[in-house]
Structures are given as structure tokens and as C-alpha cells.
Design a protein around this ligand. Structure first.
Ligand code: BGC
Length: 442
């Protein structure tokens, strides 16, 4: 049997990613708290509740576990509604909490990556129309300036917005996120304000910190034509690429905003990106379908052979990671995989998913792509938005009643990879033997 290690570049960042509302608990002053209180919005009527109890200090336990397992970075988000509970008020105590976390991370040897907006808005922003309101980017800039001024000595890597392209679709097209609309006009207004919000944040960060690295984190879904010879399938695939993956990135490239039949130009967005942040989970095969104008004349299905996650939310198709990386490479900027992972309470799929997707990341790095880091979603099970607690993405299992954490096998695999700065045949044989022959063919 071959013995080998797929070695990653020196200085590669290995981490997990989390988001404030999903782990902190007791967030009562944001739009998600209001949304969770409405009957029928969240599966099983779940609520974030105490979440992973990070606000009471349990971040330390999780991040200690992460550092002990060889991780050298962590991506987390600062909750806007805590720092700015009202348009004219700052909560310095909330900033102290994040300062403590940053100090803790430094003690543990974890490089922080800080997200400034991960899906949640303060209730007062929500009540004035959220991202549909042109004032929202202005308030967001104030918040960003406050946070960056406070933490610029500790943080160099910033994520302005998490998955703004996904947020628009979930909130204004599918209606599964607040405000639960299905309205293309509202979606376009929100999209433009998110682009403006990102742009003002990027400029503000650079204003305050010359050597900062800032970008947004893109929801990237990989699309492949169902049939390789059909020009119509190729066209359908291209149109989904444009409307899902490129709607935000095009605006950052040249200021052009195109969504459904709407168009606009936002000059201040051009070039506001120091790296490419990719969040890749799943892929689709796409075919042209004449009777589905609402879905841009497309149908999607799971690639053959791709294993489905427990609730059917994600399929394991590592070539999608390669497509995402190839796409990201066009920008000639450093690339970070800011999220990737799978829901799997029994941890039967996660080890092979992790090993195979990381192998694709390694291949890209080996071909000289500037891939600088990987953040697994997530360190510990947490609140999964409209899916509540029905999906488990953690390397560690959480019993949310007792707050007890239990290590999953994938935590061992990821630890072996982080400590080795590479994927060794030994680790794959031990923790993901089902894909050994694929990764290490003899
Ligand atoms: C989001 C995370 C979420 C994860 C898994 C990503 O789209 O950024 O907040 O938990 O997917 O559902």
C-alpha cells in the first residue's frame, strides 16, 4: 500500500468557522430572534436559545479543543445588534467580550478571521426595512468603523458580509430567512444595498488599517451541464452561474449589478476585494427546461454517485470544490475556503467528505493556486437557521441541554491533517478507509 502525504504550503491556515447567532446564545435583539418567535418559521419550532453558550464563555472550551487539535486559525463573527443595540448607542461591554475572545485566541495560537455581518441584523435595522432601506449601508459603515478601530491591532483578515448572494435569495426570493419575501424588486433593492454595504465597509477597513485584508465570503454552488453535448444545458448552466455565483462578484469586478431583469451600476464597489472567500458545500447537474421560467428555464439534480447528507441538504461532490477553486483563480488574488462541511449527526459521511474535498484543495495548491487557508463548518454543532437544530455540522457533537461536547471521529481526522499540515495516507487509512483507494491509488 502506498505511503504518502499531500503536503500543504507552509503557513496554511487551518481552522473552523462559526457565526455569532449560531453559537453565542441569548441574542434577543436581532431579526432572527424575532423570526424564531414567529410560528412555522423554523423546523420543529426550534430556537437558537442558548446555542453553544459562547456568550457565557464556552467559546474558550471549543477554541481550546480546536487549538489542541492543531488548528491555527478561527473564523467567527461579531454580532451587530450587540455592539450597536440602538442607532445612537454603543455597548462597550459587548466589545470587551469580543476583545477577551481575541486575547484568548492569541493565547491559543489561533489567527482570527472576523466576519462583520453573518446574516443577522439588529432589530432596529429590521424594523426600518433591513437591507431594502438605503440607510442601512450607512449604519453598517458606522458599526464597521467602530469594530475595526477597536480590533485592528488584533485582526488582519476581515470578512465584510457572509454570503450576500445567498442572503438575498433566502430572504427575498425563497422567503426562508427574514423578512420572508418572494419579491424580485425587493431582492434587487436589498442586493444593491448589500453591495454598497460591502463597499463602504471595505473602504472603511482600509481607511483605518492600511495592511488589512478584506473581502466578502461567497456562497458558491458548483453547476455542471447534465449533458456534455447539449448547448441548451450549457446555456442553462451558464445562466445559473451568473445568477447564483456571479451576481455579487460581477459588481465587485466592474460595478455592474444585474439581477433578473434589473440593472444598475455601483461605482464604489469596483475592486473592493483583497482575497477571494469561497464557501463551497454542494453541486448540481443542470438541464434546460422550457416550462420553468421562474427557475430561469433550468432543472437541477444531484450528480450521479454523489452521496447525500443525512437530510438531503448537501451532496458530496469534490469536483465541485475544484470548479470553485478554478473559478476563484480568475481574480489572481489569495483564496481562502471560508466554509465547507456537511451535516451528519452520525459522522458516517463527514470523514470521506472532508478528506476528498481537502484533497481537491491540496491539488489546487499544488498547481500553484494561491490557496491560503481552509475553515471547516463547523467546530461544534450549532443553530442552523431555518433548519434549526435538525442538522449537525460539528466536528464535535453538542448536547444542547447539558452543553456537553463529544468528539466525533472527524475531529480526529481533521486534527491529524492540521497537525501534519497535510493529508497522510496513514490518517486516511485510519479515519476514512472507504476513500483510501481513491486518494492513494496503488
Ligand atoms: C452559512 C452558515 C451555515 C452553513 C450550513 C452557510 O451557508 O454561512 O451560517 O450554518 O451554511 O448550513
Amino acid at each position: 500500500m502506498p505511503e504518502a502525504t499531500y503536503q500543504f504550503p507552509e503557513g496554511f491556515l487551518w481552522g473552523t468557522a462559526t457565526a455569532a447567532h449560531q453559537v453565542e446564545g441569548q441574542n434577543t435583539n436581532n431579526n432572527w430572534a424575532a423570526w424564531e418567535a414567529e410560528p412555522g418559521r423554523i423546523i420543529n419550532g426550534d430556537k437558537a436559545g442558548l446555542a453553544c453558550d459562547w456568550w457565557n464563555g464556552r467559546w474558550e472550551e471549543d477554541l481550546k479543543n480546536a487549538a489542541r487539535d492543531g488548528q491555527n486559525a478561527h473564523r467567527f463573527s461579531v454580532e451587530w445588534s450587540r455592539v450597536m443595540p440602538a442607532p445612537d448607542r454603543w455597548d462597550e461591554g459587548a466589545l470587551d467580550h469580543y476583545r477577551e475572545m481575541l486575547k484568548g485566541m492569541r493565547r491559543l495560537g489561533l489567527t482570527p478571521v472576523v466576519t462583520l455581518h453573518h446574516f443577522t441584523d439588529p432589530l432596529w435595522i429590521y424594523e426600518m426595512g433591513g437591507w431594502e432601506n438605503n440607510q442601512t449601508p450607512i449604519y453598517f459603515e458606522k458599526f464597521v468603523r467602530k469594530v475595526v478601530a477597536a480590533f485592528k491591532d488584533e485582526v488582519k483578515l476581515w470578512v465584510t458580509l457572509n454570503e450576500p448572494n445567498g442572503l438575498v435569495v433566502n430572504s427575498y426570493v425563497e422567503g426562508s430567512f427574514p423578512p420572508g419575501k418572494k419579491d424580485f424588486k425587493a431582492a434587487f433593492r436589498a442586493l444593491k444595498n448589500l453591495i454598497r454595504g460591502h463597499a463602504v465597509a471595505w473602504h472603511a477597513i482600509h481607511d483605518l488599517q492600511a495592511d488589512a485584508m478584506a473581502s466578502y465570503a461567497l456562497y458558491y454552488r458548483a453547476f455542471f451541464p447534465k449533458s456534455n453535448w447539449s448547448p441548451l444545458d450549457a446555456l442553462a448552466t451558464k445562466s445559473l452561474m451568473g445568477s447564483v455565483n456571479e451576481v455579487f462578484s460581477n459588481a465587485i469586478k466592474d460595478g455592474q449589478v444585474k439581477f433578473a431583469l434589473f440593472k444598475d451600476f455601483i461605482r464604489e464597489a469596483v475592486g473592493t476585494q483583497d482575497y477571494v472567500g469561497i464557501q463551497y458545500y454542494s453541486s448540481d447537474l443542470v438541464s434546460f427546461t422550457p416550462f420553468k421560467p421562474g427557475e430561469l428555464f433550468t432543472s437541477r439534480c444531484c450528480p450521479p454517485g454523489a452521496e447525500m447528507s443525512e437530510t438531503g441538504f448537501i451532496n458530496s461532490f469534490p469536483d465541485g470544490m475544484t470548479q470553485a477553486l478554478k473559478w476563484a483563480r480568475q481574480f489572481r488574488l489569495p483564496i481562502y475556503i471560508t466554509e465547507n462541511g456537511v451535516e451528519d449527526s452520525k459522522d458516517t459521511l463527514r470523514p470521506s467528505y472532508l478528506a476528498q474535498h481537502l484533497h481537491k484543495v491540496w491539488r489546487a495548491a499544488n498547481f500553484n493556486y494561491q490557496v491560503k487557508g481552509y475553515f471547516h463548518w463547523s467546530q461544534v454543532d450549532n443553530f442552523e437557521w431555518e433548519r434549526g437544530w435538525s442538522q449537525r455540522f460539528g466536528l464535535w457533537k453538542l448536547d444542547k441541554e447539558t452543553q456537553k461536547r463529544t468528539r466525533r471521529r472527524s475531529a480526529d481526522l481533521y486534527a491529524a491533517i492540521c497537525k501534519e499540515n497535510g493529508i497522510s495516507s496513514e490518517a486516511v487509512r485510519k479515519y476514512a478507509p472507504e476513500v483510501f483507494d481513491i486518494l492513494f491509488p496503488s
